[in-house]
Unconditional design. Structure first.
Length: 123
């Protein structure tokens, strides 16, 4: 990659956490923070590994349309701000009921606020 070129904002399949054992490891070994409309579970990784993430939306949020919209908004937040992370991490974002009905700007503000509280991005 050209050193002067902007970083690519792709969201590849390899960046998704999909195995049950990975979720369990994050829950047992990782750290947890709840703030606003989100709960964040994360585990810092070695420098040479890429960041990975997952989104969890429960039926408590609403019907499938509402849950899918919440997932799309959170994936887009991760995609846009993946290079702002100060270290590679594995993270699981759990949407709370207060996230439902928010605009992208509101969801993005909650996402950035929880990452700042976790000290995963700089102020």
């Amino acid at each position: 990659m050209n050193p002067g070129a902007p970083a690519r904002l792709r969201l590849t399949r390899a960046m998704r956490i999909r195995q049950g054992r990975d979720f369990a490891r994050l829950k047992s070994q990782g750290r947890r923070l709840a703030q606003g409309g989100l709960v964040l579970n994360w585990l810092e990784l070695p420098e040479d590994t890429p960041s990975r993430f997952a989104v969890i939306t429960t039926r408590k949020l609403g019907n499938a349309v509402i849950r899918n919209r919440a997932r799309r908004l959170l994936r887009e937040c991760f995609r846009l701000h993946q290079h702002a992370l100060r270290v590679p991490v594995e993270m699981v974002l759990i949407a709370r009921r207060s996230l439902v009905g928010q605009s992208f700007a509101g969801v993005e503000a909650d996402y950035l606020a929880i990452l700042r509280s976790a000290k995963l991005i700089s102020n």
